[in-house]
Design a protein around this ligand. Structure first.
Ligand code: FPP
Length: 246
């Protein structure tokens, strides 16, 4: 385990965003800029997942949600998709002891069924191994789509109505929220997207309703602790109104 970094004096430790979500974009462009293959770009991105998880934990962030593979990413070449899943298996295994030691719990959003059996197995093992950890939750969105999550929640509610366990008039925001993949993490405070694209790309559509959004031009493999600190400083300078008046 690395030595903890000195705290950034610009950050108010009393107002750390409880839930940060990150759209980790720009691995491909990073690779291109460095004259490397796309898979090397994803590898640099995977290494950074651990770095930023540690930085968030040290800052006292309670939940970190990471967009690792969308339901739309299947449209990439088979070669790239296969190499991404192999990489995820490798990194989940490589870091599982460290995740355990740092008391981080891994959670998953999406559908693990369509993944290669080995990758799904490695991820399930890590979910099981870390399930009682308490310091921080890391929610990996893998084979995840925000619209699909809402469709799945609607189906569950319909099933409950059909079974006579829920009345139609009891379908409220709270009831829908209770049927999201991870209902305990239904509110994102800060959404960061790297690599300069001003898009949500079907990520946590319900949960980001009142999130502060920060788009940085930095590519994901270059998004280091100091970039994270900059984002938190910017977040803390904003005035969150949740639709009301201050
Ligand atoms: C977007 O970059 C990134 C992805 C589609 C994959 C993200 C995956 C990782 C960072 C690895 C995750 C590993 C673990 C262990 C969770 P891009 O390929 O779209 O980049 P580009 O837009 O520059 O081409």
């Amino acid at each position: 385990m690395k030595k903890q970094e000195a705290p950034d004096s610009r950050i108010d430790p009393e107002h750390i965003p409880g839930h940060i979500a990150i759209i980790m974009d720009g691995n491909g462009r990073w690779a291109e800029r460095h004259g490397k293959s796309r898979s090397k770009g994803h590898e640099a991105g995977a290494k950074n997942v651990y770095e930023i998880t540690e930085a968030c934990r040290e800052l006292g962030v309670k939940t970190l949600s990471l967009f690792a593979f969308s339901t739309e990413n299947w449209r990439r070449s088979k070669k790239e998709v296969d190499s991404l899943f192999r990489l995820m298996s490798r990194y989940v295994k490589r870091y599982s002891d460290q995740i355990q030691k740092t008391d981080v719990r891994l959670l998953h959003m999406g559908n693990l069924e369509d993944l290669p059996r080995e990758t799904a197995g490695d991820i399930r093992e890590c979910l099981e191994q870390t399930r009682n950890n308490k310091a921080m939750d890391v929610c990996i969105a893998l084979n995840y789509g925000g619209r699909q999550e809402l469709v799945d929640a609607a189906r569950r509610l319909a099933g409950q109505v059909k079974a006579g366990n829920l009345r139609e008039e009891d379908i409220t925001e709270e009831a829908l929220e209770a049927n999201l993949y991870l209902p305990q993490h239904s509110e994102v405070d800060l959404l960061i997207r790297t690599s300069g694209e001003n898009r949500i790309s079907n990520f946590m559509l319900w949960q980001i309703s009142y999130a502060e959004i920060i788009v940085t031009p930095t590519l994901w493999p270059d998004f280091n602790r100091s970039c994270l600190n900059d984002a938190i400083v910017e977040y803390q300078a904003r005035n969150r109104r949740f639709g009301g008046r201050p």
